[in-house]
Write a protein that binds this ligand. Structure first.
Ligand code: ATP
Ligand code: LTN
Length: 326
């Protein structure tokens, strides 16, 4: 299994329920590679000091979310140069038309109209390289990244069609509940770590009182009945998704639990469930961040192991396309 997240903001409840929770739950079954996608982060302008700090915070949070570095390879994308190298090759097998159709590119171009750079456009080619280097069976991501994994599959098939079986064709692994957590203030938009205004987003490191305040203010509707209807009741449906993903209860069970109780009680219960889920993660991340030496030993060992795997695939690719071996 392989996945990554760009350190472009604080990890949110969306990143956790859509992706990281799935990673941590499967560490026993798979050989797992997870990284901080710093190369991807600079497709949008970043303050250098913030990027550096967030990359390390993200590593601490991965570990605190249950990714034991002894059983998962955790690394920083820019420490493994094969990502950029294969990224170039994949670029040459990705079509202008297919890159133009990517929803994330269209969204980010609209939101960063003064910086529609080449990297933003070819972002999915680098992401495909990230994935294909490790020959994974599964790529655990949220709903919004499915399109990029589809593109990865298409490019890998195209490449294999020309050169033989070089790449394994990976499958997307999206959670049944929680693949798309919406903003709490604007429940028709995705909760996002870099774009959502503060009031709609829960960060993994938020304090309990802040989490409760945000949930109490979550946008709902005027019907006062807790039932799932994404179209007509996006706010309540989003809260139900969060509650279901955190507690494992089905939508029917949640409707029954809050029958006649009103939205106030429901919001409180969702908030409290999230507070309790995040508490150990926040405490452990805070502790880990005081031990920079340990974090450094983790990302160094991770880069070494990842580099070994990545290099094997890259050499094969270079040979196939006809580069003279060094
Ligand atoms: P940015 O705002 O910088 O674009 P983001 O908040 O959209 O970032 P990503 O780094 O793009 O987050 O995503 C990290 C992982 O978490 C991806 O696998 C993504 O699919 C998943 N994810 C992000 N936001 C959500 C969400 N709201 N619901 C479910 N999954 C999510
Ligand atoms: N594009 C992803 C981050 C990402 C990724 C990857 C995810 C970069 N490389 C490889 C899975 C596999 C995002 O925006 N969340």
């Amino acid at each position: 299994m392989l996945s990554g997240i760009k350190p472009s903001g604080e990890l949110t409840l969306g990143s956790y329920l859509g992706a990281i929770k799935n990673w941590a739950e499967r560490a026993d079954q798979y050989d797992c590679y997870y990284f901080m996608a710093d190369l991807h982060a600079i497709t949008v302008r970043q303050k250098p000091a913030d990027l550096r700090r967030r990359t390390l915070e993200q590593l601490a949070q991965y570990i605190a979310c249950g990714l034991d570095p002894e059983r998962n390879t955790l690394f920083i994308q820019s420490h493994v140069p094969q990502h950029a190298e294969l990224g170039w090759v994949v670029n040459c097998y990705s079509m202008f038309g297919e890159l133009s159709r990517m929803t994330q590119f269209k969204d980010k171009s609209a939101k960063n109209a003064d910086n529609i750079n080449g990297g933003l456009f070819t972002y999915p080619a680098l992401m495909a390289a990230d994935i294909l280097l490790y020959q994974p069976d599964y790529v655990p991501v949220g709903e919004d990244q499915k399109q990029h994994v589809e593109l990865t599959r298409a490019v890998a098939r195209r490449f294999n069609g020309v050169y033989g079986d070089v790449f394994k064709i990976p499958e997307t692994f999206v959670p049944k509940v929680g693949a798309r957590i919406m903003s709490l203030t604007n429940p028709t938009a995705k909760m996002s770590k870099s774009e959502d205004e503060d009031a709609g987003r829960i960060a993994l490191m938020d304090k309990p009182e802040d989490i409760m305040r945000i949930f109490k203010r979550a946008v709902t509707d005027s019907e006062n009945s807790v039932r799932f209807d994404r179209e007509n009741k996006p706010g309540i449906s989003n809260l139900m998704t969060i509650y279901s993903a955190v507690t494992g209860k089905s939508y029917d069970e949640i409707t029954a639990e809050f029958d006649g109780k009103g939205y106030g009680a429901f919001k409180l219960a969702v908030g409290e469930s999230v507070v309790e889920m995040l508490r150990p993660i926040r405490e452990e991340s805070t502790r880990l961040l005081t031990d920079k030496g340990y974090l450094e030993s983790v990302y160094r060992a991770g880069a070494e192991k990842a580099g070994y795997m990545a290099n094997k695939t890259l050499r094969k690719v270079y040979k196939k396309v006809g580069f003279v071996p060094r």
